[in-house]
Design a protein around this ligand. Structure first.
Ligand code: NAP
Length: 245
């Protein structure tokens, strides 16, 4: 029997990259998947590829109002609250700290960290109100540990996601809602495809496996964390980086 048969999942950033691969992995495992993305066209494309039980929703995770509407639309469509929630929406706006603009800092913080907070708060509240167990998986980054030059906004936001994950895990455990985070290394997605070739070369050299990861290699770990096979894993931060240092 497939691990997520009949369960309802919501994946932010599901229109692209890791989020899209997560949507595909959860659907393969039998979940009904809501693809939530700011890029509605991309979300619709993912949902149409998943099949008729999937739904695309437009959401800006940095807006409380938008996240609230997304939750209500999900409940209206499926008559229940999602019990699997994956926070994959995220952006980068790299610059050296002395040159970074306030907007570059704020945008990354608002989407990566505040967005994870808003989705987690609204969807966990709904799980508690509907008395259902659940699992939330946040996509942090190995950069939260490596603190890469030129990424002070991104590194701090992703370290924030890791902290938020562990606080949420402690607060929600009594409701049988597990919260875990994955720290991917460099993964082949639209986010990394335009990195300069010399940066890609350095990343591969520093990775024990000498290559970028594939979105499916992150998605399979998300599917595991969303399943009952990980029923006692809570508050974990899991590197999926091929051992990048
Ligand atoms: P991606 O291909 O760029 O996908 C991110 C998706 O999130 C895009 O569809 C994007 O829409 C959407 N998005 C952006 N802002 C949003 C908002 N405010 N509300 C809702 N959706 C929004 O990136 P990815 O590589 O799959 O990254 C997914 C997650 O993994 C991110 O959190 C990222 O930080 C993290 N991560 C990625 C890597 C990597 O190497 N790729 C490594 C570590 C961690 P637009 O295309 O319109 O912006």
């Amino acid at each position: 029997m497939r691990g997520h048969f009949g369960r309802l999942a919501l994946v932010t950033g599901g229109g692209s990259g890791i989020g899209k691969a997560v949507c595909q992995a959860l659907t393969r495992e039998g979940a009904k998947v809501i693809v939530a993305d700011k890029n509605y066209e991309a979300a619709k494309l993912t949902a149409s590829e998943l099949g008729p039980e999937s739904l695309a929703l437009e959401v800006d995770v940095s807006s409380d109002q938008s996240v609230y509407k997304c939750l209500n639309d999900a409940i209206k469509n499926y008559k229940r609250s999602p019990q699997i929630v994956v926070n994959s929406a995220g952006i980068i706006r790299d610059a050296y700290l002395l040159k970074m603009t306030e907007t570059e800092f704020d945008d990354v913080y608002k989407i990566n960290l505040k967005g994870t907070f808003l989705i987690t708060q609204h969807f966990a509240k709904s799980m508690v109100e509907h008395k259902i167990s659940g699992t939330i998986i946040n996509i942090s980054s190995i950069v939260a540990k490596l603190n890469t030059v030129g990424q002070c906004n991104y590194a701090a936001s992703k370290a924030g996601v890791a902290s938020l994950t562990q606080v949420a895990a402690k607060e929600f455990g009594k409701f049988n809602i597990r919260v875990n985070a994955i720290l991917p290394g460099y993964i082949e997605t639209p986010m990394t495809e335009n990195l300069p070739e010399d940066v890609k070369k350095i990343v591969k050299e520093r990775c024990a496996m000498k290559r970028f990861g594939r979105p499916e290699e992150v998605a399979d770990v998300v599917a595991f964390l969303a399943s009952e096979k990980s029923s006692y894993i809570n508050g974990a931060l899991i590197d999926v980086s091929g051992c990048l240092s």
